[in-house]
Write a protein that binds this ligand. Structure first.
Ligand code: ES4
Ligand code: ZN
Length: 326
């Protein structure tokens, strides 16, 4: 049996996907031309040659500057629509997509412009691809808590288009507690909550404890460092929290997919599932990540099916729709 075909055909939810991380070089050139922006790189190969990341910091230094080609609502629509078509080919039937409004509002793009473009692609995915697509607003943790709160206030008129809020970018010196008031307000407004707890962080266990006990998250992005701490594993299981792991991304920011940790957690009954994170930069969409993990860890079809079941169980689909898939 062909495990690659099985991995692609498996209906799955993707829960850890940054829309800005789906910007392929070809579309970057198209948007730059459309908006009259001069890029230092002239070919796809030259762009890909800048993808020589060794850690999160060096990744983020390539990632944020690339976004300046996104200017109009059509640009944001075209980015998300290109991703959603790829997602359909990868067996995705439901996706909860991160977007970073502050990466755009901080350079003068109105919130309304980016959210309306992204929303138009999400609605189109349901109509034309049969994929349910939701948006998760991520705050940039290296900006201030005040700017995050102002962004949350800007988002409230669009509440019906946003399923939850998250926290991403550089975790060092930006612990979850910095955003406690913002996340408390978001929870009161009815948003689901998640936060990145990256695998390469010193003090990661303390941050994971904070996101569970002080913030009260509904999910954790990455978070596989709990494998070191039996009490946290039990806590995550007791609360039924999903861990959105990203094997190929891990291999860029650390050198390892962390496949042993992911598989160990799955076999201990933690709701881990597989995601692509920033597929245009890491060269692997979600089914490619299933295949890479299966090859690295020697998994078979039953384990991949369990990961896909976990993806629906950890999703923020309404209860009735979640059960339809598992
Ligand atoms: C990210 Cl790999 C990673 N880590 C933290 N924040 C991010 N935003 C996009 N990709
Ligand atoms: Zn991420």
């Amino acid at each position: 049996p062909d495990l690659t075909a099985f991995a692609f055909g498996l209906p799955k939810a993707e829960l850890h996907l940054h829309l800005e991380g789906t910007l392929e070089p070809e579309l970057k050139f198209e948007l730059a031309a459309r908006n009259g922006i001069d890029l230092p790189e002239k070919t796809v190969e030259e762009v890909k040659a800048t993808y020589n990341f060794t850690d999160l910091t060096s990744f983020l230094q390539v990632y944020y500057p690339a976004m300046r080609v996104l200017v109009t609502a059509d640009d944001f629509h075209d980015l998300a629509w290109a991703y959603l078509q790829r997602a359909a080919e990868q067996g995705v039937v439901h996706v909860e997509m991160f977007f970073d409004p502050q990466a755009h509002t901080s350079r003068g793009v109105p919130f309304e412009t980016l959210i309306s473009g992204y929303r138009r692609a999400a609605v189109r995915a349901q109509d034309e691809l049969g994929i349910s697509a939701e948006l998760i607003l991520c705050f940039l943790r290296d900006f201030s808590a005040e700017y995050a709160m102002a962004t949350l206030m800007e988002a409230l008129p669009y509440k019906q288009w946003i399923v939850g809020v998250g926290l991403d970018s550089d975790e060092r010196d930006n612990p979850p507690s910095k955003f406690a008031a913002v996340f408390a307000r978001a929870k009161a407004e009815g948003f689901f909550l998640t936060m990145h707890c990256d695998i390469d962080q010193v003090g990661s266990i303390e941050n994971i404890r904070q996101v569970i006990e002080e913030i009260g998250v509904d999910r954790i992005d990455h978070g596989t460092n709990i494998v070191e701490n039996d009490a946290l594993v039990e806590l995550v299981k007791a609360k039924g929290l999903g861990l959105t792991t990203c094997p190929v991304s891990n291999s860029f920011v650390t050198e390892q997919m962390k496949s042993d940790e992911i598989v160990d957690l799955m076999h201990r009954g933690v709701r881990v599932m597989i995601n692509s994170d920033d597929p245009a930069y890491f060269g692997a969409y979600v089914a490619d990540n299933y295949v890479a993990l299966a090859e690295q860890a020697g998994l078979g079809a039953a384990d991949l099916a369990q990961l896909a079941i976990n993806s629906f169980e950890a999703s923020w689909l309404p209860a009735g729709r979640r059960e339809a898939y598992v």
